[in-house]
Design a protein around this ligand. Structure first.
Ligand code: SF4
Length: 467
């Protein structure tokens, strides 16, 4: 499949068209799942969840996610599920609970094909001490039969990463480290309560590579207080100079009604929609100039990286971590707020650490919210995933796989025609394509296939703005 890849020449021509402003300001789901978390309901059917688990095939590979809900201090922009523990006592207790949850899953899982992806997110996974990190890694390896050549990736805060932890990660078989970088500008860092000098990040990268953890990801943010197109491009340039394999560039989602600590951010210092768009374009142009391939909505990868390879052959996937090469149908999530995925549906652990801990110690995996996936959901999910990954989808081909006529999506094509008039997508027969210059509005195109949240009827404030 041919996929458009941005070049510096074409990027030079881009600008935010005035007729896109309204759409860019509308809240849109991120489509890291479909149905999205907004459709989850309380008290998922325990029998249904048990049948999803029992339905894992005897040779089916699985993925595992571990959520560590602690950080040493809060960044004001943070939208993650995390808390500041003030010392190690709460973290130590959490490790005991996590080890118990791993045992519960070991007892529950039927025979399967082994764990091929293991990801630690948070929060800050390196909030654990090195000894506990190794205990957890060993326990996961045993309980989920993690393959020797599995990808084991971890999100790290470079400010609190020490040599002992790096040794533990290397000894535990970690293959990929994802560092939160965000921005190198001191004024921006002060405004978001995250002081992190360039040399600190450089030192972390060198130490990881020195320990043979050679696959490195960076997270960057645009849309933060005091950022400009020039400052964002400069940070991207500094980041690229360290040659990470992948870079994610997320737009800061200002949702203070949801993440209360974001009230510490002075709204007057935030860029408007046009400025956010310009920042994203400046960032993209810089990274493409440095040889990165632009992937989907917000990822960049070096040409030799597996993510860029997957894009070329149409094998890219999207899950809660964003774009991925992980093609597993089953994802088991551990830790508070972790979301497990099965072909039959999604189920989320208790978010509250006490609720989560008490349930696990009583021998019960605390599934508190979830949603069952219908055939209709799976069909729409397949269309949305291809669009989000490849920026184009042949809807007829997907319909054929699901044995439904193309006319099933007549309403979606009606909505797409409106976006096509604005230059946000091209529709040729059953093929929908998003031009490179409208990439930041990709989610709005995907939304045309969303039965729960059409572009014309979105509940206020449930999702971040499109740009
Ligand atoms: S380190 Fe990451 S998870 Fe923790 S507060 Fe900062 S942004 Fe949030």
């Amino acid at each position: 499949m041919r996929v458009d890849i941005a070049t510096p020449q074409t990027l030079m021509e881009f600008s935010m068209r005035p007729e896109w402003f309204d759409l860019a300001q509308k809240p849109v789901p991120r489509y890291t799942s479909y149905p999205t978390a907004a459709q989850f309901e309380d008290n998922p059917d325990a029998d249904a969840v048990s049948s999803w688990i029992a339905g894992i095939g005897p040779s089916e590979p699985i993925s595992v996610y571990v959520h560590v809900p602690f950080c040493e201090q809060l960044c004001w922009y943070c939208g993650c599920h995390t808390t500041v523990p003030n010392g190690y006592t709460r973290i130590g207790r959490f490790v005991d609970v996590l080890l118990k949850e791993i045992e519960l899953w070991k007892a529950k899982l039927p025979q399967h094909g082994g764990g091929v992806h293991l990801h630690f997110g948070g929060g800050t996974p390196n909030a654990l001490n090195p000894k506990d990190m190794l205990r957890v890694l060993d326990s996961l390896r045993d309980a989920f039969c993690i393959d020797d050549d599995a990808e084991i990736s971890i999100e790290l805060d470079p400010r609190t990463l020490n040599p002992e932890m790096i040794q533990s990660l290397a000894a535990g078989g970690v293959t990929r480290a994802s560092l939160g970088v965000q921005d190198f500008n001191r004024t921006v860092q002060e405004a978001i309560n995250r002081i992190q000098p360039f040399l600190l990040v450089k030192g972390a990268v060198e130490a990881l590579r020195g320990a043979d953890i050679t696959a490195i990801n960076f997270d960057l943010l645009y849309g933060l207080p005091h950022q400009t197109a020039e400052s964002v491009a400069h940070s991207a340039e500094m980041a690229a100079s360290l040659k990470p394999d992948r870079i994610s560039a997320f737009g800061y989602a200002h949702v203070p009604w949801f993440a209360k600590h974001q009230r510490a951010i002075d709204e007057k210092t935030l860029p408007d929609t046009k400025a956010r768009f310009d920042q994203f374009e400046a960032l993209s142009e810089t990274l493409v100039d440095f040889g990165y391939v632009q992937i989907g909505l917000d990822h960049f990868a070096r040409e030799e990286d597996a993510l860029a390879g997957a894009l070329k052959i149409g094998a890219l996937h999207r899950n809660f971590q964003g774009y991925t090469t992980d093609s597993c149908r089953t994802l088991i999530a551990l830790g508070p707020s972790g979301i497990s995925e099965f072909p039959g549906g999604f189920v989320q652990n208790a978010k509250d650490i006490r609720d989560y801990s008490e349930s696990v110690m009583a021998g019960d995996i605390p599934h508190r919210r979830g949603v069952r996936r219908t055939d209709e959901d799976r069909l729409r999910s397949a269309v949305i995933e291809r669009l989000m990954c490849d920026m184009q989808v042949d809807v007829a081909k997907v319909c054929q796989r699901f044995d439904v006529p193309l006319s099933h999506f007549a309403d979606a094509f009606e909505l797409l025609r409106g976006l096509e008039r604005l230059g946000i997508c091209d529709v040729t027969g059953s093929v929908v394509q998003v031009p490179v210059e409208a990439r930041v509005l990709l989610r709005s195109v995907a939304q045309c296939f969303d039965a729960y949240s059409s572009p014309n009827a979105v509940p206020a404030n449930r999702h971040a703005k499109a740009v």
